[in-house]
Design a protein. Sequence first.
Length: 201
Amino acid sequence: MQVPTSNRRSTAPDHGQGGSFLRKLAEHWQVVVALVLLAVGATGLMISNYGESECTAMNSSPIPDHLSGDLQKASETSGFPVKVLAAQIEAESGWDPEAHSHAGAMGIAQFTQDTWDVWGEGDPMNERDAIAAQGRYMKYLREEAQKYASSEEDSTRYALAGYNAGPNAMKKAKGVPEISETQHYVEKIMKLSKGKYSQTC
């Protein structure tokens, strides 16, 4: 029996809806690309911000936040990394801007008055002024230390020795002089810079 034409089921696939969707997608391809790029960018930003937050968290404890910029400037001036200068300040004063020593050194970077008269600008009891002077003085000591050093670590050790014992003592010894206080001072800073202050970004 012949099936009425109106009741016949078409065997050809219906691409009406799928074709319409693809046509619309092709017509608005710019929007699709923009959405994909936006999604990729957002993912990258989240990853970047996570790394930044993690970095900040690691460094917020050892170095006071309000002095991080000053230490960065002192690092650029002196040529020494922030971790060395920060470790040096801890060894000098424990980050105490009111610190005074029996030898007459004062402030967070422990300048004596005669050394401050050469390298300081402003007030040695002002943290920012003292750190700026630390950068200038360490630059000079670095240049002197490099005359005797055979490595970057030697330059660091010799410059630190000069800061503690005086430039003439470092020059005479052509390195770290045989002074127990100075030797302990240098070793303490090197240990701190490789440990507590090693995480810098």
